[in-house]
Design a protein around this ligand. Structure first.
Ligand code: NDP
Length: 500
């Protein structure tokens, strides 16, 4: 592992943000303020207000008013598309600023942050087309006396709660689709990583989004987040985060107004490698699948399931890749793996590494904190001799920790892959089309990669099977998620009387 020279540096003073309400910034004023330190540098970088319950109520009321008076949903799809396209331009123009603050608050490498921001431009551009193409259906087969029409209508006011692992990307996998549908919204980013959500609200405003259509409240999940999920003026809630909080979201919906839910929760995603794969490609993909974003991805490939005949040799190839990954200062353009985003997550990952060893797994590579003089870093870590009952094989670690389990038959590989409560994503590596198709059909996962991993874009939907969540984001499926369907029967001509 090496560290190349750093070009960018953290700011001298933390940047102070307000929150975004009804088309304008509200300064922190006398509210409490959360000071966020960069996990890569250990210095304060942003100051974010802790919104009060009154602030949340004002944001929800603003979004409610903006929805009910149809200032957004009443526009044509073409007019909504124009705002989304202008937003894409605005993101492009401020890409460097967004990437910088994303890196500082999250700890991800600046090169990766830049690439993610580029992907977000694509999300807005793609969703702008969907604003124009979203449509319902018609039934001309109901006889001469009846015509049937099915319309799609926006669900209403959407609450969006996003996590700290991809603050801007996960937001942009949702916001343009929500707006394309005609909904209005209140976003609550993770308190750890609020900056880029607030910047997006300003870009949307500058692109001509009417006041009140996008509001951002800031503060902790347990206070302002909990109040948002319980709010009875929120019609739909999109939540991305842990399965534990996902359960609270479901409970809160049931106890309040049965708000519609979109949930993207945890994953324990298999990487199935057959002996006939291009093993060099597979080793690189497997290293990327767990190293990317320090393994703090819901879709990280955290369980390597490899054909026994090549298992030891392949694990050695992956360890060799791990050795070469450039871990270090997130602001260094050469860095591939940055810092662990939160202190709590750092402790969680180290706890699992200890637990893996105490449960009898064999540490093949890594397993330790890396000391760069500041910030918190963990070496990519590889465990062999893992059995399916071990915590490291079953629970979402959300860090750069990969477990290896061998298999002998296709059926066994599929059984191991499905032996989890989750079903978010899976990858298979083989040059045999039959095996690839068998595995793709039978492993339960919302996203699948064949001879690649972690590919994505605005066209294909994302979301999970089993306890990984409900609903889909992105693509046409993503925009439809934020609509509800109305069926309309239209009688043609004279009614056949009921009362003679
Ligand atoms: P959480 O589920 O606690 O946080 C995700 C989001 O939910 C954040 O915006 C958080 O706000 C908010 N939140 C927290 N509590 C509540 C609540 N009671 N009501 C409403 N919103 C709430 O994840 P953690 O950050 O604690 O991470 C814990 C574990 O969750 C990780 O180890 C990982 O396994 C998993 N995780 C999965 C993610 C995914 O992409 N699927 C993303 C993040 C975590 P705030 O941060 O301000 O408290």
């Amino acid at each position: 592992m090496d560290q190349s020279s750093t070009r960018l540096t953290p700011p001298e003073e933390p940047r102070a943000f307000g929150f975004f309400l009804d088309g304008a910034w509200v300064p922190a004023g006398d509210r409490e303020v959360f000071e966020r330190a960069s996990p890569g540098h250990g210095v304060p970088v942003t100051r974010i207000p802790k919104c009060t319950h009154e602030d949340l109520n004002a944001a929800v009321a603003s979004a409610r008013q903006a929805f009910d008076d149809r200032r957004w949903s009443g526009l044509s799809g073409a007019d909504r598309a124009a705002v989304l396209l202008k937003t894409a331009e605005g993101i492009r123009a401020r890409a460097e600023e967004i990437a910088y603050w994303e890196t500082l608050e999250n700890g991800k490498p600046i090169a990766q942050a830049r690439a993610e921001v580029g992907g977000c431009v694509g999300m807005f551009e793609y969703a702008s087309g969907l604003a124009r193409s979203l449509h319902g259906d018609s039934f001309n087969n109901l006889g001469d006396g009846m015509f049937g029409v099915v319309t799609r209508e926006p669900v209403g006011v959407v609450g969006v709660i996003t996590p700290w692992n991809f603050p801007f990307l996960i937001l942009c996998e949702r916001v343009p689709y929500i707006l394309a549908s005609g909904c209005t919204m209140v976003a609550k980013p993770s308190e750890m990583t609020s900056a880029t959500t607030l910047i997006l609200a300003e870009i949307l405003h500058d692109a001509g989004l009417p006041a009140g259509v996008m509001n951002v409240v800031t503060g902790s999940g347990s206070t302002i987040g909990q109040a948002l999920i319980e709010h009875d003026q929120i019609d739909m809630l999109s939540f991305t985060g842990s399965t534990a909080v996902g359960r609270r979201v479901v409970e809160a919906s049931g106890k309040s107004n049965f708000k519609k839910l979109g949930l993207e929760l945890g994953g324990k995603n298999p990487q199935i490698v057959f002996a006939d794969a291009d093993l060099e490609d597979a080793a690189d993909g497997v290293a990327f699948g767990i190293g990317f974003n320090t393994g703090q991805c819901c879709v990280s490939g955290s369980r390597l399931i490899v054909e026994r005949s090549v298992a030891d040799a392949f694990a050695a190839m992956v360890a060799e890749k791990f050795k070469k990954i450039r871990v270090g200062d997130p602001l260094d353009e050469a860095t591939q793996v940055g810092a662990i985003t939160t202190d709590a997550q750092n402790a969680t990952i180290m706890g699992y590494i200890e637990r893996g060893q105490s449960e009898g797994a064999k540490l093949l590579y890594g397993g330790a904190q890396l000391d760069f003089g500041r910030g918190q870093y963990i070496a990519p870590t590889l465990f062999g001799d893992v059995t399916s009952d071990m915590a490291i094989a079953r629970e979402e670690i959300f860090g750069p920790v990969l477990t290896v389990m061998p298999f002998d038959t296709v059926d066994e590989a599929i059984a191991i892959a499905n032996d989890t409560e989750y079903g978010l994503a899976a990858s298979v590596w083989t040059k045999n089309i039959d095996k690839a198709l068998m595995v793709t059909r039978r492993v339960q996962a919302g996203r699948f990669w064949v001879n690649t991993t972690l590919s994505g874009g605005p066209e294909l939907p994302i979301g999970g099977f089993k306890q990984s969540g409900w609903g889909r984001e992105a693509g046409i499926y993503g925009v439809e998620e934020y609509t509800q369907i109305k069926s309309v029967h239209i009688e043609i001509g004279k009614r056949t009387p009921w009362v003679e």
